[in-house]
Design a protein around this ligand. Structure first.
Ligand code: SF4
Length: 251
């Protein structure tokens, strides 16, 4: 349970919030080993809050790539202080990181898409594959309106990349709904969001966006918008939903 009391939920938010709680409870009931991969960004803080406030038996973890902003890393302790429940921190294999840096350099991801994807593979995808191994389901904070690669994002799909069920319970949420929940429920959030970062990844691969830009325009900004997935959600590039919502709707 939370270490501090939450503010009241506004009437407008109650249906969306209640729906989210119902979906997460259904996922936990269907998959005893379900895990939520948190990037520590706004959407994922909404999900973290819902999981911890409802005391759901869902593992919450984050991938510390070693290249995160200090503000992002600080969220790990802030979450523990706020909710009294720690999230799991998963890190890349030190030897693989060292080999990549020795061969290509610390910031080789700027040089080509293959080198960028190799860095993401080592720092994100392999650790994710490790933590998901043997599990039946994982949960993400992706939303449809975040990017062209997510426009068809289903609420519930089979993940062909990691071979398990994948849930995107915020798929239909708008940015305003996410921030409405954060404000109303006093959910802690990364201060980088107040400095023009709607989407937050590794420090060298994320910049603030300008007015009118796509929400993920600040991610790998030197690449074209249709390649901007790091491998964690590679299935989005083919955008083939296998199934639609199966989670029970709250009464
Ligand atoms: S986002 Fe950038 S620094 Fe982070 S893993 Fe990918 S390429 Fe490497």
């Amino acid at each position: 349970m939370a270490a501090t009391a939450s503010l009241a939920v506004s009437a407008e938010q109650l249906p969306r919030w209640s729906d989210l709680a119902g979906r997460l409870a259904a996922i936990a009931a269907a998959h005893a080993d379900a895990a939520f991969a948190s990037s520590l960004a706004a959407e994922d803080m909404v999900l973290t809050h819902a999981i911890f406030e409802h005391d759901l038996p869902i593992t919450v973890f984050t991938l510390d790539t070693g290249r995160l902003n200090a503000e992002t890393v600080a969220m790990i302790d802030r979450i523990a202080q706020r909710y009294g429940r720690a999230i799991e921190v998963v890190r890349p294999e030190a030897a693989a990181v060292a080999a990549y840096v020795a061969e290509h350099g610390q910031n080789a991801f700027y040089e080509s898409v293959p080198l960028r994807k190799r860095c993401c593979e080592i720092r994100k995808v392999e650790p994710l594959r490790r933590v998901l191994a043997g599990r039946g389901a994982w949960i993400t904070g992706q939303r449809r309106e975040q990017a062209v690669t997510r426009g068809e994002l289903p609420l519930d799909e089979h993940d062909p990349v990691f071979g398990l069920h994948k849930y995107n319970p915020l798929a239909l949420w708008t940015q305003d709904e996410v921030w409405g929940a954060i404000r109303s429920l006093d959910i802690p959030y990364n201060p980088l969001h107040d400095r023009g970062y709607p989407s937050i990844g590794c420090e060298p691969c994320t910049r603030a966006i300008r007015p009118g830009e796509d929400l993920r325009a600040g991610r790998w900004w030197w690449e074209s918008s249709d390649s901007k997935e790091c491998g964690l959600h590679a299935g989005n590039l083919s955008a083939i939903p296998v199934s639609v919502v199966t989670t029970k709707q709250p009464g």
